[in-house]
Design a protein around this ligand. Structure first.
Ligand code: SF4
Ligand code: SF4
Length: 431
């Protein structure tokens, strides 16, 4: 009964938000999906029209609604360019929650989210187990990018090129931290995120090194859980709530001035989705809001709070180009700071690519479900990266790093894929 009450409350809220769309169609011009398919059903206006009358549609054709709703990168390009200010991402996430509440999760997602992701220790253990045995199924693909591919035909991996699980996840390298504020007088909580922990521990290490270099104290509680975005974007609000409770509990202590992450997706989830999906619980909402308000992307924190400034490094001999993650630029309006951090890194010369803020096509589970389409969007990005003649492409999101690595590696490019904070950490070491 409580579940039905919650669903009908969400449905009512959704109807109120849907009327804001004036059906102008301006979202067509910026939707990376529409650019590939040309189908009205794929763009925000088409999806919003579908949701108008969701209740009836759910009874008539639940699977059809599910497919149309999930065929979306949740990139926010439409919302960022909507003249009416329609909060498209909030509508889509809530609609997915309603639909999953009505229809249930697929068996695979049930195992993945409820069986694994919802249990942080088990999830960590499975990751470590996977790292030990992955070489049986995979082989190196591109030494410069660091990708692997399937050793045998695999329906799960297909012909993807991917970054393998790190031999040692970051939580095994540094399980926890609680250091005092140094010269900066600042102390932050560091939320590591799943990808930085299990695939790119070098990114988490660079973040710790840079914060320490600038005398920023770090509170990093052990046993951190996923931010919840994979679960909530599949409509699994139960797993999302469980992860949220866990993380808030972990982050309660520490006496810090701000929270940083080096993952654009985690940052936008903490800042926007945590408060959005806790509205029904006043206490939890207040805590989520408090944490959201003090959360920074690492580039933003280093530039605006620590005061890292650009250096005259135009003579750097390594050409780097920057891809704007959707969650950083479109959702959080952070795009000058990553560039400033690159320009503060001696030895690197920043060269802009065309359409630097065009989505890379990753979209989380979108990549798993619609890999060929995701690949076509990613190849447009790959062409633009290549056109700069760079030897490094930087981006502020580990999920974008995965997608860009796949596209460049498959094409046989020798372009490294890194995070701006890694470049900055390298330049500090070589100074
Ligand atoms: S979502 Fe915004 S841009 Fe798209 S049709 Fe509606 S009002 Fe226009
Ligand atoms: S979120 Fe991105 S992919 Fe989805 S409808 Fe909007 S612009 Fe298109």
């Amino acid at each position: 009964m409580t579940r039905m009450n919650e669903l009908s409350r969400m449905m009512k809220a959704l109807e109120d938000q849907l009327v804001v769309c004036m059906k102008c169609g301006m979202c067509q011009a910026v939707c990376p999906l529409f650019a590939e398919t040309g189908r009205e059903a794929d763009v925000a206006r088409g999806k919003l029209a579908l949701l108008d009358g969701l209740m009836q549609q759910m009874f008539d054709d639940p699977e059809g609604v599910n497919q149309r709703l999930n065929k979306c990168l949740l990139c926010g390009s439409c919302a960022a360019n909507c003249p009416s200010g329609v909060n498209v991402l909030e509508i889509f996430i809530k609609a997915r929650a309603i639909l999953t509440g009505f229809q249930g999760l697929s068996p695979a997602k049930k195992i993945l989210f409820k069986g694994m992701l919802a249990h942080p220790e088990l999830f960590d253990n499975l990751g470590e187990w996977g790292a030990r045995f992955q070489k049986v199924f995979t082989k190196p693909a591109n030494a410069v990018i660091g990708t692997s591919c399937a050793r045998f035909m695999s329906p799960l991996i297909g012909d993807r090129h991917f970054h393998p699980l790190a031999p040692r996840p970051f939580h095994k390298i540094i399980p926890a931290l609680d250091t005092r504020a140094g010269a900066s007088g600042l102390k932050v909580a560091f939320y590591v995120g799943c990808l930085a922990d299990k695939i790119f521990p070098r990114l988490a290490q660079a973040t710790v090194d840079v914060l320490t270099h600038h005398g920023v104290g770090i509170y990093m509680p052990e046993n951190q859980a996923c931010c919840g975005i994979p679960a909530v974007s599949s409509g699994d609000t139960d797993t999302f709530q469980r992860l949220l409770h866990h993380n808030i509990q972990q982050l309660k202590a520490g006496g810090y001035d701000g929270l940083v992450t080096a993952c654009a997706t985690c940052t936008s989830t903490i800042k926007e989705v945590w408060p959005m999906m806790t509205a029904a619980d006043d206490r939890l909402h207040a805590e989520a809001r408090r944490i959201a308000d003090m959360t920074f992307d690492i580039n933003q924190f280093l530039v605006s709070k620590v005061g890292v400034t650009e250096v005259a490094n135009r003579d750097g001999d390594t050409t780097v180009t920057y891809h704007d993650p959707c969650h950083l630029k479109k959702s959080l309006k952070v795009w000058t700071e990553p560039r400033a951090l690159i320009n503060a890194s001696r030895g690197f010369r920043l060269t802009e690519m065309p359409e630097s803020d065009w989505c890379c096509g990753m979209g989380g589970s979108f990549n798993l479900q619609y890999y060929p389409l995701s690949g076509r969007i990613g190849d447009r990005k790959g062409d633009h990266i290549r056109s700069t003649g760079c030897s490094v492409v930087a981006t502020g999101c580990p999920a974008c790093m995965l997608q860009i690595s796949d596209r460049l590696s498959r094409a046989g490019d020798a372009i490294q894929v890194k995070h701006p904070v890694e470049l900055y950490a390298e330049s500090l070491k070589s100074a």
